[in-house]
Design a protein. Structure first.
Length: 150
């Protein structure tokens, strides 16, 4: 399989995964992408290479994905806490970029790994309590696409 066909296959697989994902699975996918981009930015910094693309994607995932999905009316204190955490992460990412400090990204990555693990656990608990039956969940449509309201 040549590189062009492989890329087309990867894009199709990614689109299929997103279109078939539940709202909770979408949140986990956003966290996974965010962590991947933060790690790539960190590696680029360590190797004294350009990191702007990975930093930009990370910030977009936080702003257009995670922050945009927060429902402060239904989410109450949890959504406020997550918003504060996301704001902190944005500041830390920008600080890491300005200071060319891959170490600064380590803390941000760890926080998002913990959040991802929590969302995976929530997803598993809901799947266990619902059996194989799927229930409809509220989805907030943003510029980033369909993201679950939190």
């Amino acid at each position: 399989m040549n590189a062009r066909n492989l890329n087309a296959y990867r894009n199709l697989a990614a689109q299929t995964a997103v279109s078939e994902a539940s709202p909770l699975e979408l949140i986990v996918l956003v966290y996974k992408r965010l962590i991947d981009n933060l790690r790539l930015a960190q590696k680029a910094m360590e190797e004294d290479k350009e990191d702007a693309e990975h930093i930009s994607k990370s910030l977009d995932l936080i702003q257009k994905g995670l922050l945009a999905a927060l429902d402060h009316d239904k989410g109450g204190e949890i959504s406020k806490n997550l918003a504060s955490l996301y704001d902190w992460a944005i500041r830390e990412i920008l600080k890491a970029r300005l200071k060319r400090s891959p170490e600064t990204l380590t803390g941000v990555i760890e926080v998002f790994r913990n959040l991802e693990a929590a969302w995976v656990e929530i997803h598993l608990m809901r799947a266990d309590s619902q059996g194989t039956e799927k229930t409809s969940q509220t989805v907030h449509i943003s510029a980033a696409g369909a993201i679950p309201a939190v």
